[in-house]
Structures are given as C-alpha cells and as structure tokens.
Design a binder for this molecule. Sequence first.
Ligand code: FRU
Length: 496
Amino acid sequence: MRALTAMTMLLAATAAHAEWPQADPRPAFHFAPQRNWMNDPNGLVYYDGEYHLFFQYNPHGDRWGHMNWGHAVSRDLTTWQELPVAIPETEVMAFSGSAVIDWKNTSGFGKGGKPPMVAIYTGFDPKTRNQSQYVAYSNDRGRTFTPYGKVIDIGSTEFRDPKVFWHAPTRRWVMVVVKAAEKKAAFYSSADLKQWTHESDFGPTASSHSVNWECPDHFELPIDKGRPGETRWVLNVSQGDGGLDNGSAGQWFVGAFDGHRFTLEPGWPEAPHWADEGADFYAAQSWNEVPDGRRIWIGWATNLRYASNIPTYPARGIMTMPRALSLRREGTDWRIAQAPVREIEQYRGPARHIADLRLGASPKALDLAESVDMTVTIEALKATQVALTLTDAAGYQLVIGYTPATREVFVDRTRSGPHFHDAFAARHIATLPPGDGPMTMRLLVDRSIVELYAADGTRTITDRFFRGRGPLRWEASSQGGEALIRKLDAWQLRPK
Ligand code: FRU
C-alpha cells in the first residue's frame, strides 16, 4: 500500500464550503496564529521565563505548504505573543521537531556563557522527498536560529519528527524519531547533538492499524495515586488514520526506558490507548525544561481528515489548551490523567454558580459565556440522558451530554453547523470507570472548541465545532425523567 503521509492527505483535501462566513470568531484562550495555516506544535521548551511554542506554519497561505517554524511565547501557557517566523523554509521545508536548552554547551553553540537553544527538526526536500534530521541553534532566546545542517540521513522519505531530551542517567541526549511508514519509533543518542548513534527501534505493535506513525514523544511520568516515587516511561505516537472514525489520533504506550531501548510494560494490552477520545487532538508534544517538573503537552486541535477544510478565516488551525499529565493505574490497565494547566485559573472572569437546578425535557437557559471554564456535577436521578447544549442563531447545536445507564459522556456535533466535510458530523463517546452517584466533569469551551475532562481527567474528549451565525446560547435539559445539576461553577475566561 502506498504510504499516505499527513501532508499528502492535507493536500488532497478540497476547498471549504462556500456557505461559510469568511470570519469565524477567534478562540479567546486557545492559541491560534493571527493568520494562515498552522499544524503541529514544535520545539516546546521553557527558557528564561518564557514557554516557547513553535509550530508548523505556512506564512504564504491558509493551506498546508512551505513549512516554516512559526513562533509564539508565553509566561503562563495561557496568553501567547506571536513572534516572527523562527526557522524559515530553505532548500528544505522545516518540518516538525523539538528544542532543547544545551546547559552544558555540549554542542559548542553557546555564546557569552549563555546556553544555546537548539532546534532539531526534519528537513523535507520537496525535490527528492527525502526526510532527514537537521539542527539549528539560537543565541537570542529563540527569536532567530543559525542553521548548523543535516545530522541524520538514512536515505528515507518517511523519517521525521525528532523529539530530543536530556537523559540524565546516561548523561546523553536522546532522540525519538519515527520511521513513519514502518510504524517504528527509532531511538538515537548523542553527546553533542551533532553526532547521533542509532540505539534501537520500537514497533510496530499489535495496535498499529494505521498508515503511519508521526510526532513521537517520550517522557517519564509519576504514577499519581498510591505508588509514591514510582514512575513509568510513556511513548506517545500520533497516527495519520485508524483512530476514532478512522481519523487521525494519538496512541500511547507505557514501559521502561534505559536510555537505549523502550520496553513495553509486561502484560500491556493489545487494545490501543488513545490520547483523547474526541476527534481533534493530534501531534501532541510536551515541553522540555518546565521549571516545576510538570509534564505538560499540547495538541493541534484538528483531525487530518478535514484539517484543510475547517471553515475559519484568516487563520486555519488552533492548539488545545496545554495540559498537565500524570499516570494512573486503573485495575490492571493504565490511564493518562490530563488537566488544563492551573495557570488558566488566574484568567477567570465573571462567575456563575448554580446549585440544585432541576432539569426536565424543556431546556433551561444557563446564561454562560462562549469562552468558559466550567465544572459541573450532574445527578441523573431518573433521566436517561442529560445534556448541555450550545445553540446558535441559525439553530445549529452542539450537545455535551451524559448517559447514566452506560456511564458515558459524549460530545455530539452531528448538528453543529453547516456541512463542510463528510467526516466531521459525529458523536464522540468516552466510557467512565464503573461507579454510581453524581458525575463531575470539567469543560473548557472556547467559541469553536470543547475540551471535556471527565473521571478526573482520565477521559478527555476534544472536539471543534462551528456555527451558522449569531451568538451561542447555553441550555440544559434531561430526557426520560428529571435530573439535577447539583453544582455548576463557570467562569468566563478573558485572557486578553
Ligand atoms: C504531522 C506532520 C509531521 C510533519 C509535519 C509537516 O501533522 O505530517 O509528520 O513533520 O506534519 O508539516
């Protein structure tokens, strides 16, 4: 089978539907560039008070192409300042990759006693289609980069997305990079970020039902409950298809890493562990160097099936909220628990608190903003389904719901805007762990994206949605009998 890469899928997509308004409201607290096309987060690193978010960026238009590294910085992972392109396209496009701070100046790129910021990324040669790994460094806090050149070339057209980090036990740099079409994560090591030695390959696995693997990440996570001091290594890979609705998705594995080889946890199940159970969480990468040791990742909030078609202008592509991660045992299985970074809470504006609101078949208005951080506790009582709905002036509707009998939370966007791609309309479900009693979930809703965190963040559903026209109206209702909103705390989020 011909290996389809993300970019060929993106290029194959058709033009957005003419019915759409030319301007879609920008999210208030999710990062989006001012204009043009954005895909994967790249080069995530903290240095000198700033979180860097580089990203795949086409400065020439709102379709994939001419990949550069765009750039934004933040002091709190919530408000972002977009800066000029940091790594431009040259004879090769600057594909995805990562960045490190070379504290010991192992590379010799440092200047004036200051460590360099070193970017390691894939150079894609549009003439030969070769993909090889390149290095560039910055002595001005990531504003500009000096090319160093190619560091690994295995003569492949499917070799990309290096994630590099310092591995303290072996005192070396480690790179995880994918042999995309083979669905392998390859590990390399280096003393100086220039000379790299191949150590091992991981994959494919029994759960690799996809065209490729992309954008790997590898990090150690503490087990957050009942196992003080215990950690495991997580390997996350994004796959171009074969996920939910056969779309793109992230899949992770738990195991051990000795600096050379990643070994799966004994008894690791064959069923895939998805990074998110919605449609719009791809190419997630985590920050290097986070000062307080949190592991925080961010995803590109879209799906490769329709990424090129989403009806927004003049920017196409937004990121999810950065999320802090921990690892949890659930019975004999494992879960990654995700929570929006706590920094977001300082931007909580006008609040709305609801207690003991009875719901029935006729919707009750909730009077909430379009950009909110909300925690809601629902008691289903006799209801078969409880729903929070967002309805626009044209009657299009997004439903965020709970089905108690099966303990499922869901996001239903089958009627959430005019049609623009066949793969978009869908209902996405996450099954909560067994239990009874009230259900609590956190929702980040930001005009055209919902991030649902349930069961303590061990279930997440991230979905974009779009509107026909007018403002969004929040309502709550139940089916099959009465339900109770035991408690709802919502804050408008107003970072700017
Ligand atoms: C994932 C991806 C990466 C590649 C980049 C190119 O979306 O295909 O594998 O480096 O996008 O923009």
